[in-house]
Write a protein that binds this ligand. Structure first.
Ligand SMILES: [Mg+2]
Length: 440
Protein backbone atom coordinates (compact mmCIF):
# COMPACT_ATOMS: atom_id res chain seq x y z
CA UNK A 1 0.00 0.00 0.00
CA UNK A 2 1.47 3.35 -0.96
CA UNK A 3 0.75 6.10 1.52
CA UNK A 4 2.02 9.63 0.91
CA UNK A 5 4.61 10.50 3.50
CA UNK A 6 5.63 6.89 3.95
CA UNK A 7 8.25 6.84 1.18
CA UNK A 8 11.60 5.34 2.08
CA UNK A 9 14.46 7.74 2.71
CA UNK A 10 16.42 8.49 -0.42
CA UNK A 11 20.17 7.82 -0.33
CA UNK A 12 22.36 10.93 -0.53
CA UNK A 13 23.47 11.94 -3.99
CA UNK A 14 26.55 13.88 -4.84
CA UNK A 15 25.76 17.32 -6.26
CA UNK A 16 29.14 18.29 -7.66
CA UNK A 17 32.19 20.13 -6.48
CA UNK A 18 31.14 23.69 -5.99
CA UNK A 19 31.98 25.53 -2.81
CA UNK A 20 28.92 26.99 -1.18
CA UNK A 21 28.77 29.87 1.16
CA UNK A 22 27.74 28.89 4.66
CA UNK A 23 24.85 31.17 5.55
CA UNK A 24 24.18 29.77 8.97
CA UNK A 25 23.37 26.16 9.73
CA UNK A 26 19.98 25.17 11.04
CA UNK A 27 20.31 23.44 14.44
CA UNK A 28 17.74 20.80 13.57
CA UNK A 29 19.78 19.89 10.51
CA UNK A 30 23.12 19.83 12.30
CA UNK A 31 21.96 16.87 14.33
CA UNK A 32 21.61 14.97 11.08
CA UNK A 33 25.38 14.94 10.64
CA UNK A 34 25.53 12.31 13.35
CA UNK A 35 22.84 10.22 11.69
CA UNK A 36 23.92 10.17 8.10
CA UNK A 37 26.84 8.64 6.21
CA UNK A 38 29.85 8.57 8.49
CA UNK A 39 32.19 9.56 5.65
CA UNK A 40 30.51 12.96 5.66
CA UNK A 41 32.44 13.71 8.85
CA UNK A 42 35.80 13.54 7.05
CA UNK A 43 37.44 16.78 6.08
CA UNK A 44 38.42 20.00 7.72
CA UNK A 45 34.98 21.26 8.26
CA UNK A 46 31.52 20.90 6.91
CA UNK A 47 28.83 23.37 6.24
CA UNK A 48 25.23 22.70 5.88
CA UNK A 49 22.60 24.60 4.06
CA UNK A 50 19.02 23.62 4.41
CA UNK A 51 16.35 24.58 2.01
CA UNK A 52 12.71 23.63 2.50
CA UNK A 53 12.86 20.54 0.35
CA UNK A 54 16.54 19.86 0.01
CA UNK A 55 19.44 19.67 2.36
CA UNK A 56 22.94 20.18 1.08
CA UNK A 57 25.91 18.98 3.03
CA UNK A 58 29.17 20.52 1.87
CA UNK A 59 32.29 18.61 2.85
CA UNK A 60 35.76 20.09 2.46
CA UNK A 61 38.51 17.55 2.53
CA UNK A 62 42.29 17.54 1.98
CA UNK A 63 44.52 20.38 3.06
CA UNK A 64 43.83 24.02 2.24
CA UNK A 65 46.28 24.10 -0.70
CA UNK A 66 44.59 21.14 -2.40
CA UNK A 67 41.09 21.69 -1.19
CA UNK A 68 38.40 19.42 -2.60
CA UNK A 69 34.78 20.09 -2.11
CA UNK A 70 31.96 17.56 -2.25
CA UNK A 71 28.35 18.54 -1.96
CA UNK A 72 25.83 15.90 -0.93
CA UNK A 73 22.14 16.43 -0.83
CA UNK A 74 19.06 14.65 0.46
CA UNK A 75 16.01 15.52 -1.55
CA UNK A 76 12.79 15.66 0.39
CA UNK A 77 14.35 14.99 3.77
CA UNK A 78 13.19 16.98 6.77
CA UNK A 79 14.92 17.05 10.09
CA UNK A 80 12.33 18.45 12.37
CA UNK A 81 11.67 17.54 15.96
CA UNK A 82 8.22 18.16 17.44
CA UNK A 83 8.88 20.42 20.41
CA UNK A 84 5.41 21.34 21.65
CA UNK A 85 1.70 20.67 21.28
CA UNK A 86 -0.56 23.48 22.44
CA UNK A 87 -4.31 23.62 22.91
CA UNK A 88 -6.80 26.47 22.42
CA UNK A 89 -10.55 26.97 22.03
CA UNK A 90 -12.63 28.18 19.06
CA UNK A 91 -16.12 29.62 19.50
CA UNK A 92 -17.87 30.72 16.31
CA UNK A 93 -21.56 31.48 15.71
CA UNK A 94 -23.41 29.64 12.95
CA UNK A 95 -25.43 31.67 10.46
CA UNK A 96 -28.46 29.43 11.23
CA UNK A 97 -29.02 26.62 13.79
CA UNK A 98 -27.84 23.27 12.42
CA UNK A 99 -30.45 20.51 12.83
CA UNK A 100 -30.22 16.78 12.12
CA UNK A 101 -32.18 13.75 13.32
CA UNK A 102 -29.70 13.57 16.21
CA UNK A 103 -29.17 17.17 17.43
CA UNK A 104 -29.55 20.95 17.09
CA UNK A 105 -26.45 23.16 17.29
CA UNK A 106 -26.15 26.98 17.27
CA UNK A 107 -22.40 27.58 17.66
CA UNK A 108 -19.18 25.88 16.71
CA UNK A 109 -17.34 25.24 19.99
CA UNK A 110 -14.19 23.38 19.00
CA UNK A 111 -10.77 22.58 20.37
CA UNK A 112 -7.84 24.00 18.37
CA UNK A 113 -4.35 22.52 18.46
CA UNK A 114 -0.97 23.84 17.37
CA UNK A 115 2.08 21.62 16.94
CA UNK A 116 5.40 23.41 17.10
CA UNK A 117 8.50 22.26 15.25
CA UNK A 118 12.07 22.74 16.35
CA UNK A 119 12.60 25.35 13.62
CA UNK A 120 9.73 27.47 15.02
CA UNK A 121 7.27 26.35 12.33
CA UNK A 122 3.73 25.54 13.43
CA UNK A 123 0.86 23.38 12.18
CA UNK A 124 -2.80 23.80 13.10
CA UNK A 125 -5.66 21.40 13.73
CA UNK A 126 -9.18 21.39 15.10
CA UNK A 127 -11.55 18.95 16.79
CA UNK A 128 -15.31 19.44 17.29
CA UNK A 129 -16.95 17.67 20.25
CA UNK A 130 -19.53 15.58 18.33
CA UNK A 131 -20.58 13.41 21.27
CA UNK A 132 -23.59 11.84 19.52
CA UNK A 133 -21.47 10.56 16.63
CA UNK A 134 -17.85 10.12 17.73
CA UNK A 135 -18.41 10.02 21.50
CA UNK A 136 -15.82 12.79 21.88
CA UNK A 137 -16.69 15.67 24.22
CA UNK A 138 -14.72 18.87 24.84
CA UNK A 139 -13.41 17.42 28.10
CA UNK A 140 -12.40 14.10 26.57
CA UNK A 141 -10.66 15.83 23.65
CA UNK A 142 -8.65 18.06 26.00
CA UNK A 143 -7.76 15.12 28.26
CA UNK A 144 -6.76 12.82 25.39
CA UNK A 145 -4.38 15.44 24.00
CA UNK A 146 -2.93 16.58 27.33
CA UNK A 147 -2.53 13.21 29.02
CA UNK A 148 -1.88 10.80 26.18
CA UNK A 149 -1.09 12.34 22.80
CA UNK A 150 1.25 15.13 23.89
CA UNK A 151 3.52 12.85 25.96
CA UNK A 152 3.54 10.29 23.13
CA UNK A 153 4.61 12.49 20.23
CA UNK A 154 6.45 15.56 21.58
CA UNK A 155 10.14 14.95 21.03
CA UNK A 156 9.61 12.70 17.99
CA UNK A 157 11.16 13.51 14.62
CA UNK A 158 8.62 14.60 12.01
CA UNK A 159 10.89 13.39 9.20
CA UNK A 160 9.66 9.89 10.08
CA UNK A 161 6.00 10.77 9.58
CA UNK A 162 4.81 7.16 9.66
CA UNK A 163 6.42 6.53 13.08
CA UNK A 164 4.75 9.66 14.48
CA UNK A 165 1.35 8.68 13.04
CA UNK A 166 1.61 5.13 14.33
CA UNK A 167 2.47 6.42 17.81
CA UNK A 168 -0.42 8.89 17.66
CA UNK A 169 -2.86 6.12 16.76
CA UNK A 170 -1.48 3.64 19.29
CA UNK A 171 -1.25 5.90 22.34
CA UNK A 172 -4.97 5.42 23.14
CA UNK A 173 -7.88 3.67 21.42
CA UNK A 174 -10.92 5.48 19.94
CA UNK A 175 -10.75 9.29 20.60
CA UNK A 176 -10.73 9.90 16.86
CA UNK A 177 -11.46 13.65 17.09
CA UNK A 178 -8.40 14.62 19.19
CA UNK A 179 -6.30 12.29 17.03
CA UNK A 180 -7.66 14.01 13.90
CA UNK A 181 -6.84 17.48 15.24
CA UNK A 182 -3.25 16.50 15.99
CA UNK A 183 -2.89 14.47 12.77
CA UNK A 184 -3.92 17.43 10.58
CA UNK A 185 -1.65 19.79 12.53
CA UNK A 186 1.26 17.39 11.93
CA UNK A 187 0.44 17.18 8.21
CA UNK A 188 0.21 20.98 8.10
CA UNK A 189 3.66 21.36 9.67
CA UNK A 190 5.06 18.52 7.52
CA UNK A 191 3.86 20.14 4.27
CA UNK A 192 4.98 23.62 5.38
CA UNK A 193 8.47 22.30 6.09
CA UNK A 194 8.59 21.17 2.45
CA UNK A 195 7.17 24.45 1.15
CA UNK A 196 4.27 22.68 -0.55
CA UNK A 197 0.47 22.85 -0.27
CA UNK A 198 -0.70 19.69 1.47
CA UNK A 199 -2.93 18.44 -1.36
CA UNK A 200 0.08 18.22 -3.68
CA UNK A 201 1.81 15.90 -1.22
CA UNK A 202 -1.31 13.78 -0.76
CA UNK A 203 -1.67 12.81 -4.41
CA UNK A 204 -2.38 16.08 -6.26
CA UNK A 205 -5.61 14.92 -7.93
CA UNK A 206 -7.22 18.37 -8.39
CA UNK A 207 -6.93 21.95 -7.20
CA UNK A 208 -10.62 22.83 -7.16
CA UNK A 209 -13.93 21.00 -6.74
CA UNK A 210 -17.54 21.60 -5.71
CA UNK A 211 -19.25 20.87 -2.40
CA UNK A 212 -22.90 20.35 -1.66
CA UNK A 213 -24.80 22.38 0.93
CA UNK A 214 -26.75 20.83 3.79
CA UNK A 215 -30.42 21.63 4.30
CA UNK A 216 -31.28 21.08 7.97
CA UNK A 217 -34.31 19.00 8.91
CA UNK A 218 -37.26 21.35 9.62
CA UNK A 219 -40.87 22.00 8.69
CA UNK A 220 -41.35 21.39 4.95
CA UNK A 221 -41.81 25.07 3.94
CA UNK A 222 -38.71 26.12 5.83
CA UNK A 223 -36.67 23.39 4.14
CA UNK A 224 -38.00 24.44 0.72
CA UNK A 225 -37.08 28.06 1.49
CA UNK A 226 -33.55 27.02 2.55
CA UNK A 227 -33.16 24.86 -0.56
CA UNK A 228 -34.18 27.71 -2.88
CA UNK A 229 -31.80 30.07 -1.08
CA UNK A 230 -28.95 27.54 -1.54
CA UNK A 231 -29.70 27.30 -5.28
CA UNK A 232 -29.74 31.10 -5.49
CA UNK A 233 -26.25 31.07 -3.93
CA UNK A 234 -25.06 28.81 -6.75
CA UNK A 235 -25.14 25.36 -5.13
CA UNK A 236 -26.04 22.65 -7.64
CA UNK A 237 -26.06 19.77 -5.13
CA UNK A 238 -28.06 19.79 -1.89
CA UNK A 239 -27.88 17.35 0.99
CA UNK A 240 -31.27 17.07 2.64
CA UNK A 241 -31.30 16.02 6.28
CA UNK A 242 -34.25 13.77 7.10
CA UNK A 243 -34.84 10.81 9.39
CA UNK A 244 -37.01 12.29 12.10
CA UNK A 245 -40.45 11.20 11.00
CA UNK A 246 -40.20 8.11 8.81
CA UNK A 247 -42.58 8.36 5.84
CA UNK A 248 -43.15 12.12 6.37
CA UNK A 249 -39.57 12.52 5.12
CA UNK A 250 -40.78 11.59 1.62
CA UNK A 251 -42.93 14.75 1.56
CA UNK A 252 -39.93 16.87 2.50
CA UNK A 253 -37.88 15.51 -0.37
CA UNK A 254 -40.80 15.65 -2.82
CA UNK A 255 -41.49 19.32 -2.00
CA UNK A 256 -37.83 20.25 -2.37
CA UNK A 257 -37.52 18.41 -5.70
CA UNK A 258 -40.61 20.23 -6.98
CA UNK A 259 -39.24 23.60 -5.86
CA UNK A 260 -35.67 23.33 -7.18
CA UNK A 261 -36.39 21.45 -10.42
CA UNK A 262 -34.57 18.52 -11.99
CA UNK A 263 -31.19 20.14 -12.63
CA UNK A 264 -30.21 20.14 -8.96
CA UNK A 265 -28.66 16.97 -7.50
CA UNK A 266 -30.33 15.84 -4.28
CA UNK A 267 -28.65 13.71 -1.64
CA UNK A 268 -30.70 12.45 1.31
CA UNK A 269 -29.07 11.91 4.71
CA UNK A 270 -31.19 10.00 7.25
CA UNK A 271 -28.47 10.09 9.94
CA UNK A 272 -29.40 6.55 11.17
CA UNK A 273 -33.02 7.66 11.58
CA UNK A 274 -34.82 4.75 9.90
CA UNK A 275 -35.07 1.00 10.41
CA UNK A 276 -34.02 -1.25 7.53
CA UNK A 277 -37.66 -1.98 6.62
CA UNK A 278 -38.58 1.74 6.78
CA UNK A 279 -35.56 2.58 4.64
CA UNK A 280 -36.58 0.20 1.88
CA UNK A 281 -40.18 1.48 1.95
CA UNK A 282 -39.13 5.16 1.89
CA UNK A 283 -36.45 4.79 -0.75
CA UNK A 284 -38.67 2.67 -3.03
CA UNK A 285 -41.43 5.30 -2.75
CA UNK A 286 -38.97 8.05 -3.66
CA UNK A 287 -37.86 5.95 -6.64
CA UNK A 288 -41.49 5.35 -7.70
CA UNK A 289 -42.14 9.11 -7.52
CA UNK A 290 -39.17 9.73 -9.80
CA UNK A 291 -37.47 12.02 -7.28
CA UNK A 292 -34.09 11.16 -8.82
CA UNK A 293 -32.08 10.96 -5.60
CA UNK A 294 -28.34 10.70 -6.16
CA UNK A 295 -27.78 8.68 -2.95
CA UNK A 296 -29.20 7.96 0.48
CA UNK A 297 -26.76 8.34 3.34
CA UNK A 298 -26.70 6.12 6.45
CA UNK A 299 -30.39 5.15 6.53
CA UNK A 300 -30.02 2.69 9.45
CA UNK A 301 -28.19 2.78 12.81
CA UNK A 302 -24.40 2.66 12.57
CA UNK A 303 -24.07 -0.81 14.07
CA UNK A 304 -26.79 -2.37 11.91
CA UNK A 305 -24.44 -3.63 9.20
CA UNK A 306 -26.83 -6.43 8.21
CA UNK A 307 -29.58 -3.80 7.83
CA UNK A 308 -27.33 -1.58 5.71
CA UNK A 309 -26.50 -4.50 3.42
CA UNK A 310 -30.19 -5.45 3.22
CA UNK A 311 -31.20 -1.91 2.19
CA UNK A 312 -28.40 -1.70 -0.37
CA UNK A 313 -29.57 -4.95 -1.92
CA UNK A 314 -33.25 -3.97 -2.05
CA UNK A 315 -33.15 -0.51 -3.68
CA UNK A 316 -31.70 0.96 -6.87
CA UNK A 317 -30.63 4.24 -5.23
CA UNK A 318 -26.95 4.08 -4.15
CA UNK A 319 -26.39 3.84 -0.39
CA UNK A 320 -23.62 5.83 1.29
CA UNK A 321 -22.20 4.58 4.59
CA UNK A 322 -21.35 7.37 7.03
CA UNK A 323 -21.61 6.63 10.77
CA UNK A 324 -21.00 2.92 10.01
CA UNK A 325 -17.42 3.65 8.86
CA UNK A 326 -14.87 5.12 11.21
CA UNK A 327 -11.68 3.15 10.65
CA UNK A 328 -10.02 1.52 7.64
CA UNK A 329 -11.07 -1.82 9.20
CA UNK A 330 -14.74 -0.71 9.20
CA UNK A 331 -14.37 0.23 5.53
CA UNK A 332 -12.74 -3.10 4.68
CA UNK A 333 -15.54 -5.01 6.44
CA UNK A 334 -18.32 -3.13 4.59
CA UNK A 335 -16.54 -3.43 1.26
CA UNK A 336 -16.03 -7.19 1.80
CA UNK A 337 -19.79 -7.81 2.02
CA UNK A 338 -20.77 -4.92 -0.29
CA UNK A 339 -22.99 -3.43 2.41
CA UNK A 340 -22.90 0.00 0.72
CA UNK A 341 -22.14 1.67 -2.59
CA UNK A 342 -20.09 4.62 -1.32
CA UNK A 343 -18.17 5.56 1.85
CA UNK A 344 -18.29 8.95 3.54
CA UNK A 345 -14.84 9.77 4.95
CA UNK A 346 -14.70 12.31 7.77
CA UNK A 347 -11.43 13.11 9.47
CA UNK A 348 -13.14 13.14 12.88
CA UNK A 349 -14.21 9.53 12.36
CA UNK A 350 -10.96 8.20 10.89
CA UNK A 351 -8.73 9.98 13.40
CA UNK A 352 -7.22 12.14 10.66
CA UNK A 353 -5.63 12.10 7.23
CA UNK A 354 -3.32 9.14 7.87
CA UNK A 355 -6.18 6.64 8.25
CA UNK A 356 -8.34 8.43 5.66
CA UNK A 357 -5.61 7.74 3.09
CA UNK A 358 -5.83 4.05 3.95
CA UNK A 359 -9.60 4.11 3.26
CA UNK A 360 -8.98 5.87 -0.07
CA UNK A 361 -6.46 3.17 -0.97
CA UNK A 362 -8.99 0.42 -0.14
CA UNK A 363 -11.67 2.20 -2.13
CA UNK A 364 -9.35 2.47 -5.13
CA UNK A 365 -8.50 -1.23 -4.94
CA UNK A 366 -12.21 -2.16 -4.96
CA UNK A 367 -13.44 0.45 -7.44
CA UNK A 368 -15.53 2.25 -4.83
CA UNK A 369 -16.01 6.01 -4.73
CA UNK A 370 -15.84 8.08 -1.56
CA UNK A 371 -17.34 11.30 -0.27
CA UNK A 372 -15.40 13.65 1.97
CA UNK A 373 -17.55 15.08 4.73
CA UNK A 374 -17.12 17.07 7.90
CA UNK A 375 -18.72 17.61 11.27
CA UNK A 376 -19.56 21.11 12.47
CA UNK A 377 -16.05 22.34 11.85
CA UNK A 378 -14.60 25.75 11.09
CA UNK A 379 -12.15 26.59 8.31
CA UNK A 380 -9.22 24.79 9.94
CA UNK A 381 -10.48 21.20 9.90
CA UNK A 382 -12.55 21.69 6.74
CA UNK A 383 -9.46 23.04 4.98
CA UNK A 384 -7.52 19.92 5.96
CA UNK A 385 -10.36 17.80 4.54
CA UNK A 386 -10.35 19.95 1.38
CA UNK A 387 -6.64 19.23 0.90
CA UNK A 388 -7.33 15.49 1.25
CA UNK A 389 -10.05 15.81 -1.40
CA UNK A 390 -7.65 17.73 -3.65
CA UNK A 391 -5.09 14.96 -3.19
CA UNK A 392 -7.13 11.81 -3.60
CA UNK A 393 -8.94 10.85 -6.83
CA UNK A 394 -10.96 8.17 -4.95
CA UNK A 395 -12.91 11.02 -3.36
CA UNK A 396 -15.44 12.04 -6.00
CA UNK A 397 -18.03 13.83 -3.84
CA UNK A 398 -17.58 16.62 -1.30
CA UNK A 399 -19.78 17.61 1.58
CA UNK A 400 -17.57 20.30 3.08
CA UNK A 401 -20.02 23.03 3.88
CA UNK A 402 -18.86 23.79 7.44
CA UNK A 403 -17.49 27.26 6.58
CA UNK A 404 -20.62 28.04 4.53
CA UNK A 405 -22.69 27.39 7.66
CA UNK A 406 -20.63 29.81 9.80
CA UNK A 407 -21.73 33.41 10.21
CA UNK A 408 -18.25 34.54 9.08
CA UNK A 409 -14.85 33.22 8.06
CA UNK A 410 -12.70 34.47 10.89
CA UNK A 411 -9.24 33.18 9.94
CA UNK A 412 -7.01 34.36 7.10
CA UNK A 413 -5.60 32.07 4.41
CA UNK A 414 -6.38 28.54 3.32
CA UNK A 415 -8.59 27.24 0.53
CA UNK A 416 -11.13 29.69 -0.87
CA UNK A 417 -14.75 28.71 -0.19
CA UNK A 418 -16.59 30.52 -2.97
CA UNK A 419 -20.23 29.39 -2.88
CA UNK A 420 -20.14 25.77 -4.01
CA UNK A 421 -16.55 25.95 -5.28
CA UNK A 422 -13.57 25.17 -3.08
CA UNK A 423 -10.27 26.34 -4.57
CA UNK A 424 -6.95 25.18 -3.19
CA UNK A 425 -3.90 27.36 -3.64
CA UNK A 426 -0.13 27.17 -3.42
CA UNK A 427 0.22 28.33 0.19
CA UNK A 428 2.35 25.73 1.99
CA UNK A 429 0.59 23.31 4.34
CA UNK A 430 -3.14 23.64 4.89
CA UNK A 431 -2.75 27.40 4.52
CA UNK A 432 -4.68 28.65 7.55
CA UNK A 433 -3.14 31.00 10.11
CA UNK A 434 -4.68 31.09 13.59
CA UNK A 435 -4.14 34.07 15.91
CA UNK A 436 -1.65 33.33 18.68
CA UNK A 437 -4.07 34.42 21.43
CA UNK A 438 -6.19 31.29 20.79
CA UNK A 439 -3.39 29.30 22.38
CA UNK A 440 -2.94 31.67 25.35
MG1 LIG B 1 -24.08 11.87 7.35
Amino acid sequence: MSIPGKEARQPPREKGSTAEEDDGACPSVLRAVGKYPPDCHRGLWSAIRAYRTEIWLIVYHGCFSQRKVSVFSWKGEIFLRITDLRIGRLSLPLAHPFKTALRTVERIEDVAVMVVGEDGGVGYGEAPPTAVITGDTTGSILCAIEDYIRPAIVGMELDDLSAVMEKLNACLVHNTSPKAAVDMALYDLWAKSQGKPLYQLLGNARSSFETDLTISVNQVDEMVKDALEAVRRGFTTLKIKVGKEGLADIDRVTSIRKAVGNDIQLRVDANQGWTAAQSVAIIKTMEARGLNIQLVEQPVPADDIAGLKYVSGQVDTPILADEAVFSPTDAANLIAIRACDYINIKLMKTGGIWNALKICELAKQHGMECMIGCMLESQVAVSAAAHLCGGQGAITMADLDGPSLCASEPFPGGPVFDGPTIRLNDTPGIGIELPGEIFG
